[in-house]
Design a binder for this molecule. Structure first.
Ligand code: PGA
Length: 250
């Protein structure tokens, strides 16, 4: 059975001190609570070790926001999957639309990153999603299918370890959420694309998260949809109470 997951994506926010404080607050708020999902916080590389020290891993898991497509060596400024793993992190966001858009990450690089993350025992949270123009011209299903197919070099066993996050780019940080119906339609489409390649069992077991202006107010309606298995949360994950509100919607 697939798991519900609520993952925070802090992006390039918080100093180290602020990040540790936020992690502490999230950890405290979750103490003694029974929640119906895995909780993950994905934080800047600089924060991983310190945040790991304050999280109780049975309450909150730790992730990075990216990793290199290279294993190691002369790549100044890059951070490898093995380095991320060595901090205590268990997850890594890959292919976020901001990485695709501002840093030109392509399908080939994202496959390499995904393979290295898996080889190092990290769970990739692999992001897909169309831009506004593609939503408006009706090509969004094909666009997202191509993004998912970028991973089809993986074995069924490896694909089964991945979490997919559907994040329509026009909904990220804009306050404009996809409707629960739009999210459900796309999640069902993604599951079908997975099923056609890897079979029903892998498709049914894959957690598919929604991301894009998800808030405590709209999370219950989104998460109630059968193919929406939680969320990848940006802005609302930077405030412990609102992040908790979304976790409780699961
Ligand atoms: P948002 O970001 O919740 O601020 O829209 C989501 C994301 O980019 O992961």
């Amino acid at each position: 059975m697939r798991k519900n997951v609520v993952a925070g994506n802090w992006k390039m926010n918080t100093t180290l001190e602020e990040g540790v404080e936020l992690a502490n607050q999230i950890n405290s708020l979750l103490k003694g609570k029974t929640v119906n999902c895995d909780v993950v916080v994905c934080v800047p590389f600089t924060h991983l070790t310190s945040v790991n020290a304050v999280l109780e891993s049975e309450l909150v898991k730790l992730g990075a926001e990216n990793c290199s497509e290279h294993e190691k060596g002369a790549y100044t400024g890059e951070v490898s999957a093995a380095m991320v793993k060595s901090t205590g992190a268990t997850h890594v966001i890959l292919g976020h639309s901001e990485r695709r858009q501002y840093f030109g990450e392509n399908n080939e690089q994202l496959l390499a990153k995904t393979k290295l993350a898996l080889a190092n025992g990290l769970t990739p949270i692999f992001c897909v999603g169309e831009v506004l123009e593609e939503r408006e011209n009706g090509t969004y299903n094909d666009v997202v299918k191509c993004q998912v197919e970028a991973l089809f070099d993986l074995s069924a066993e490896d694909f089964g370890k991945i979490i997919i996050a559907y994040e329509p780019v026009w909904a990220i940080g804009t306050g404009k959420t996809a409707t629960a119906e739009q999210a459900q339609d796309m999640h069902a489409h993604i599951r079908k694309v997975i099923e056609d390649k890897y079979g029903k069992e892998v498709a049914e077991d894959t957690s598919i998260l929604y991301g894009g202006s998800c808030k405590p107010g709209n999370a219950p309606e989104l998460f109630a949809k059968p193919d929406v298995d939680g969320g990848l949360i940006g802005g609302a994950a930077l405030e412990a109470e609102s992040f908790l509100g979304i976790i409780e919607a699961c």
